[in-house]
Design a protein around this ligand. Structure first.
Ligand SMILES: Cc1cc2nc3c(=O)[nH]c(=O)nc-3n(C[C@H](O)[C@H](O)[C@H](O)COP(=O)(O)OP(=O)(O)OC[C@H]3O[C@@H](n4cnc5c(N)ncnc54)[C@H](O)[C@@H]3O)c2cc1C
Length: 391
C-alpha cells in the first residue's frame, strides 16, 4: 500500500514538535506514513535563546540546530525550499522553486512575520532580539551603553511571547545595577497589567520586581510614531524619551498564508483561521493550523508553549484520523518558565475548551512558583535539551 503523505510547513517550534510526534507515533503503531517537512532555512531556531545572546550569556551557535537532522533521527524528509502558497482545494503546496507537493494531511506552522513597517519610524529606530541578527546587534549596543534611559516598547498587543518584555526589563535592571551602570528602565506598553490574561498572581510577581528595581511601567493608548533622530516614542497619551530603545514587533500573517485562498482570518487579518479544540482548518478537514499565526483565532496567545501544545493536540487528532481509535486530547494547561531578575520562575495556567464559545479560554487560575535559581536553570535546560535532540 502506498504510504499516506503528511506534509508539515515550517521548521520552527510547531513544525518540529509536530514532525517528531507524528513520525514517532506512526512508527510505534506501524502506520505507513511519509512525513515531509518543508522549511525555508537549514536552521531550527529556539527563539527564546536570542535574549541570552543579547545578554552575552549564549553564543549565536547555541540558538539553533540543523533541521536536516530530523531526517537522521526521526525519519522525516526535510525539504529546504520556501513555501510560496497552499492550494488547499487540490491538496497541494507550491514552493518557491516551483515544486508541487501533494499531501493527504497538512500541518501549517509558519510562525508570524514582524511588521516593523507598521508604525512610522519603528523599523529604523532602536534594537530588538526577535531574530539572531537583531540579538547580536542588541548585544553590541548593550556593550556600548554607558547609562541613561532604556525604553522597552510594545507598540500593540498581542505580540510574540507576552512575558518577554517584562523578563527583559528585570534582567536588564539587575545587570545594570551589578555592573554599576546608572540606568532607568521603562516598559511602555498598551497592556494595563503585564500580560493581562495571566491573572493576579503573575501581575503581582512582576509589579513587586518592578518596584524593587525601580522599573517604570507606563501604559499607552496607541502608537503614533518613533522619532529616531530626537529619540522619542510618541503615543496618543504619552511621550517617552530614550537613550536606548528595545522594541517588540507587531505580528503579521506569513506571506504564503496571505497568498493562499482561505488562510486569512476574517476577524483579524494578522492571523490565520483554526478551529478549536483540534486546530483543524475550519474549511479543510485535512489541514491543521498549529503555528503562532493561529493561536488568537483559537482563543489563546502567541507563545511557544501554546504552539507546542497546539502541535501535540493537532498531531493527536491527525493520527486519530488515520489510526481510528487513538486519544484526541485538548489543551488542559500551559506551563512556562521565565526569567525574573537574575533568577527564574515557573508559571502554570489552567486552560479549558468551552464548547459554547467554540474557543479555548483561560480558566482564570494561574499559579506562580517561587522565584529561584532552579527555575532559571530549568528554563535554559529545557531550550538547550530541545535543540540537543537535533544535534
Ligand atoms: C526573544 C523571544 C523570547 C521568547 N520567549 C518565549 C518563552 O519564554 N516562552 C514561550 O513559550 N515562547 C517564547 N517565545 C516565542 C516562541 O519562540 C514562539 O512562540 C515560537 O517559536 C512559535 O513557533 P512557530 O512554529 O509558530 O514559529 P517559529 O518557531 O518562528 O517557526 C516558523 C518556521 O517557519 C519557517 N518559515 C517561515 N516562512 C516560511 C516560508 N515561506 N517557507 C518555509 N518556511 C517558512 C521559518 O523558517 C521557521 O522555521 C519567544 C520568542 C522570542 C523572539
Amino acid at each position: 500500500m502506498t504510504p499516506r503523505k503528511v506534509v508539515i510547513l515550517g521548521g520552527g517550534v510547531g513544525g518540529v514538535a509536530s514532525a517528531k510526534m507524528i513520525s514517532e507515533e506512526a512508527r510505534k503503531h506501524s502506520v505507513n506514513l511519509e512525513v515531509t517537512l518543508v522549511t525555508k532555512e537549514r536552521r531550527h531556531y529556539m527563539p527564546p535563546l536570542f535574549f541570552d545572546v543579547a545578554m552575552g550569556e549564549a553564543s549565536p551557535e547555541e540558538t539553533y540546530a540543523p533541521i536536516e537532522n530530523l531526517s537522521r533521527y526521526f525519519g522525516v524528509n526535510v525539504l529546504v525550499d520556501p513555501v510560496n502558497y497552499i492550494d488547499a482545494a487540490n491538496h497541494t503546496v507550491v514552493t518557491g522553486s516551483g515544486r508541487k507537493i501533494e499531501y493527504d494531511y497538512l500541518v501549517v506552522a509558519l510562525g508570524t512575520t514582524y511588521e516593523w513597517g507598521k508604525y512610522p519610524g519603528l523599523a529604523k529606530a532602536g534594537y530588538h532580539n526577535y531574530d539572531l541578527e537583531g540579538a547580536i546587534k542588541l548585544r553590541d549596543a548593550l556593550r556600548r551603553f554607558k547609562g541613561g534611559k532604556v525604553v522597552i516598547f510594545i507598540p500593540e498587543t498581542p505580540y510574540r511571547c507576552g512575558i518577554y518584555p517584562y523578563e527583559a526589563a528585570t534582567v536588564l535592571a539587575v545587570s545594570f545595577r551589578n555592573a554599576g551602570i546608572k540606568a532607568e528602565v521603562t516598559v511602555l506598553t498598551p497592556d494595563p497589567k503585564p500580560v493581562t490574561p495571566l491573572g493576579k498572581d503573575i501581575h503581582k510577581m512582576w509589579f513587586d520586581a518592578f518596584e524593587e528595581l525601580g522599573v517604570e511601567y507606563v501604559v499607552h493608548k496607541g502608537t503614533q510614531e518613533i522619532d529616531g533622530t530626537r529619540r522619542i516614542v510618541r503615543t496618543t497619551n504619552v511621550e517617552e524619551k530614550y537613550d536606548l530603545l528595545i522594541k517588540v514587533p507587531p505580528p503579521g500573517l506569513p506571506d504564503p498564508l496571505k497568498k493562499s485562498e482561505g488562510f486569512t482570518w476574517k476577524q483579524d487579518e494578522r492571523f490565520a483561521p483554526a478551529k478549536p479544540p483540534t486546530f483543524r482548518h475550519p474549511e479543510y478537514d485535512n489541514v491543521y493550523m498549529v503555528g503562532e499565526h493561529s493561536m488568537v483565532p483559537a482563543g489563546i496567545s502567541l507563545a511557544g508553549v501554546f504552539v507546542h501544545n497546539a502541535s501535540l493536540v493537532a498531531s493527536n487528532n491527525l493520527l486519530a484520523d488515520i489510526i481510528g481509535f487513538y486519544p484526541r486530547y485538548t489543551i488542559p494547561t500551559a506551563t512556562c518558565a521565565g526569567y525574573v531578575k537574575d533568577k527564574g520562575f515557573m508559571g502554570h495556567c489552567e486552560i479549558r475548551y468551552n464548547p459554547e464559545t467554540g474557543k479555548y479560554e483561560w480558566a482564570d487560575r494561574c499559579y506562580v512558583g517561587p522565584i529561584s535559581s532552579l527555575a532559571r536553570l530549568f528554563k535554559v535546560g529545557f531550550y538547550k535539551s530541545w535543540l540537543d535532540s537535533l544535534r
